[in-house]
Ligand binder design. Sequence first.
Ligand code: 13P
Length: 340
Amino acid sequence: MSSESIETVANAMVADGKGILAIDESSPTIKKRFDSIGAECSEENRRAYRELLIGGEGINEFISGMILYDETIRQSAADGTPFPQLLASRGIMPGIKVDGGAKDLAGHSGEKVTEGLDGLRDRLAEYRELGAPFAKWRAVITIGGGIPSRGCISANAHALARYAALCQEAGIVPMVEPEVLLEGDHSIERCYEVTEATLRAVFGALYDQRVVLEGTILKASMVLSGNRAAKRAGVEEVAERTLACLTNSVPAALPGVVFLSGGQTPVEATAHLNAMNAMASTLPWKLSFSYSRALQEPALKTWNGDAANGKAAQAALYHRAKLNSAASLGRYSESMEKAA
Ligand code: 13P
């Protein structure tokens, strides 16, 4: 169990050249991923796949922490070492997803609110005993005709802030994730507006709930055109608008912002992160990654449900992690994609 201060842990999460690997898919979500490669979604297969991701040689050069799911934090490697201990022994912090998922928001057609505050204090105490120095809560904001509503943004901001305060009370760094979804035909300008309104509401709520920003990490979505937009913005524009949105709404006291990938391809997610770090000479916070799909996709496909492909899958993950590490320093170039 980590006894370091939340400020120390938060800074370590975004240490130079490092980011987070999210392997915290809920059981229904990991089933979707396994279905995509035709692998059976058994508990043993989930364990074996997660062991492969955790155990890759050299990955700790680029990954400061991994976010686990409730089932995963209780599982062990084939040799019996519990996953949290295995991660800690490799210098990787074991984080934990603690939200209860996004549910329909009453009175708000098409909108969601994330549940899971009831009993959270006790669950956090248990996760800390299990060795988790940081936790994650994901809220989702949907862009569509007439949405998001103020009610949806404020309900999610409030829940995020209540969760963050409970984490800090337990000595756990909250990773606060308000995800503005990529799905839709909206413009990048509309995504900017919604992301800015969401972030301002979230930081207002964090202030109200007395959350210490120095011990908090923001997991943000990038400012992007909707995935079905007629004309989609290119890499430079995404980087410029995302940076403008963050500098307008994220306090300087925060140690770091890490991005989710949200349905971008692995190469897009890396190129966008790199462009931001390459174009900004000074920023108040670190800008890094906390990708799930954009880091795992090549490894998942290479594994293909077959233990014989384990080493090759680990090599695929190593490669993506290395490129994203370079992007977090603004040192990635497309030519590095081929140098596997
Ligand atoms: P993606 O990078 O696949 O969007 O997942 C990020 C996430 O929120 C999982 O924690």
